[in-house]
Ligand binder design. Sequence first.
Ligand SMILES: C[S@@+](CC[C@H](N)C(=O)[O-])C[C@H]1O[C@@H](n2cnc3c(N)ncnc32)[C@H](O)[C@@H]1O
Length: 388
Amino acid sequence: MLPEPDSELVAQSKQLQQLITQEIQQHRGWIGFDHFMDLALYTPDLGYYSSALKKFGEQGDFVTAPLLGDLFGRCIARQCAQVIVSIQNASLYEFGAGDGSLAVAVITELDKLGALPDCYYIMETSARLRQRQRSSLEDLSPELKGRVKWLENLPDVINGVVVGNELLDAMPCKRFEVNSHGQIHELGVCISDARFEWSISSQPLLDVDWLAKRDLGSDYQSELPMRAAAWVSTVGEKIDQGIVLLIDYGFPRQEFYHLDRNQGTLMCHYRHYAHTDPFFWPGLQDITTHIDFTSIAEAGAISGLRTLGFCDQANFLLSCGLTDILADSQTGGEPGTKEILKLSAEVKKLTMPHEMGELFKVIAMGKENPENLIGFQMRNQARRLLPE
Ligand SMILES: C[S@@+](CC[C@H](N)C(=O)[O-])C[C@H]1O[C@@H](n2cnc3c(N)ncnc32)[C@H](O)[C@@H]1O
């Protein structure tokens, strides 16, 4: 039984539910799941990411790697530094910067490494989170703060590094079901007895060749990360020189669309409970799906990005020098027991296979950039993303 929200939040969610209901009615009683997810997460002031609700950390709904401490960001910075120093006038572009923790850790480490980008641009959909990021960055030195800028639109040309941690999983996805005749139908949302309900479109979803060729059996449900893929292609087109570095949970296609994963990967996060009902108090919970990284690599290839590296988060962080960074964190005075315990808990969470170490993957795609990215020295499984 999930805890009930208080009356103020219930009223907020009901306002959003009314708005989604109107949207469904205007679309003749049915909207695709991607449309529902978009409204539930990003409706101004009411959607999960757009509202004033506290989302991140212990008092929120979930914890991401940058919130655990600065080790994750320092490793990411080392990968960025390798690319930044190899390109003239390189900038860094962070998409979906959450509460700003990653930006603080990355720019601070880049400064230490003598590899500051011309600018640290942040692109963030949520106006409230942009405010939150500004206050997180407030304590940086004037020199570092002066390099951080928020962008409303994608620049025409990108030179440098694009970073997104847990960005793709927050992008609305399509859902589908394979019926007993092997036909693939899109899953959407309708209203029944004044409640949102799953509803299968009568139109078969015909436009995904590779999906139609797979034998998924019947009663198989899953997701297609179409918006995430479109985003990768659009960003890829803008890149002149540089890499896109994305960290998220997911698998290569053959594992993602495995027969055993016949209910897909949709997950909702509400006050640290994970469950699978996206219609539970819309606007008050996160809705997310795992990523089919093969689709991401394919989308990159459309815009000329080559997949340079793919591996699990643990191997990426260790390749970037996690252990050196850890040793460095402990110099400058004997660390107290509390500090040692905090660091070791952070390392465990980031790298242990049953925590973030194995499920989270890192993909790097690039144009005209260094071949041997340091983050993939220990393991590079980019070949696993080639379509079968
Ligand atoms: C799951 S949160 C991750 C936040 C942060 N990166 C972290 O690791 O803590 C997803 C973030 O992506 C943002 N977002 C989603 N789609 C976006 C887009 N197309 N462009 C920029 N930001 C986006 C959300 O508003 C939110 O800040």
